[in-house]
Structure formats: structure tokens, C-alpha cells
Design a protein around this ligand. Sequence first.
Ligand SMILES: [Zn+2]
Length: 258
Amino acid sequence: MLNFKNINVLTFILFLGLLLLSQFFNISIFFFIVLFLAWLTLTSIGSFTIGWNYHLKAFNSKKNHTKNQVAITFDDGPNAEFTPKILELLKAHHAKATFFCIGKHAEQQPELVQQITEEGHTIGNHTYTHSDFFDFYNKQNVIAEIKNTNTTISSIINKKMKLFRPPYGVTNPAITKAIKHTKHHVIGWNIRSLDTIKKDEEDIFNRITKNIKPGAVILLHDSQEITVRVLEQLLLFLQKNNYQSVTIDTLFNIEAYA
Ligand SMILES: [Zn+2]
């Protein structure tokens, strides 16, 4: 299996092999550089691609799912302007979703956090600050980000979140160790809508729907206008194709709260 541990072991064995060969033959330094670059490339892609399960095992989609269910997920909220519009659309279409909230946003919008759970959706942990430097944090700092968010949100909903989504879906050894300690389920996705990058709603809609199948996990953001417009089209599409939108815990049959 292509994961961090196996790649490290394989790289180390190849390194030793090259070292041994260099005792008997004239081995160019070029081979050592290629080996290092191959390790670096795989580890970089693996760290940025949560679906690879390179550093840790994440729930990215439910393969061979027998029910016509998908899970819509929203990151980076709650947002005073857009989260209410999204909740309204979900309610109108009898759809359930999962909101990966940023702790400091939840602190500013406790009534939205409350509303999300009251309306049958699930809340997950998306760090406290969503810092651009989160991927450079050590284990202790990652744990602090996760714990602060859990404390903030549990003071509002009286439940401790067990679902965690790392910012940008980036994983690394510090996050792996932190998760082992906090025992959260790590949630990824298999359909990245690119709703924060693409400017054309048709484009975003097509990206999602061309890849949709039972068990899919869709990544969206409740922090911007374009997502609201895409969601409206998406919910109509799901309805027309007999898909039901469920929470992450329903899709994977796991506990959302401790
Ligand atoms: Zn995010």
C-alpha cells in the first residue's frame, strides 16, 4: 500500500542498496538524488491528497454503497451571511449535510451552530483558527486547535464532536499523531468542487455532478455566495436523480459525537 510508512521503508532499503553497491561499483550521486526526489514527490502529493490515505486513514467516500446516498459537506463556517441561506435550501429540499466549523467562527455565531444541529445536520471540527501555517504546527499545537474547537462548540451544543476535517485536506505526521491522541474520525472527500477557486457556477456544478455516484462525499464551503447558487442546482439535480443527501455519520455509520 502506498503510504508514508511503506514509502519510508522502501526508500531506506533502496538507499542502503545503493550505498552497498557504491562499495563495489562507481555509483553516481545522481541515483541518490533521484531516490530523494521520488520520496519527496510522493510525500508531497500524498500530504496534499487526503484521498490517498498517505499519512492516515480518512473517510473519503463509501465505496460500493448500495443506497442512493451522498454526503454534502460545508467547510469554513458558520458564516452570518451564507450559512442561513444554505440551511434554508437544505430544509426546502429535505436534505441533511455536515458542517465542518472553524472554532473562532463558531464562537462568533453560536446561534447558527445551534440551528445547524437543531435542523438535523451534523457539526464537525475544522480547527480553531484555520491558520495558513497549520500544516507546520507540531503535535501539541494541532491538539490545542482541535481541543479549543471542541470546547467552544460543546459549550453551545452540549456534545463533543468526533469528526475532524484538516484544513485544505492536508495531512502530515504531526496531524496523524494528534488524531491518535484526540481519537477523532478524519473526514476527507472524493468530490472537490473547487467552489473557492472557480468563478463560474456552471463549471462547479458540472465538476460535482459528472463524478457523482452512491457514497460520494462532496466538498463545498458555506462562506461565499457562489456556493449558495451551486447548492440550489445541486439539490435539484439530486432530487431528479433520486439521490438522498445524508450526514457523514449516517453515510459511514459512525459516531459524530462522543
Ligand atoms: Zn477549510
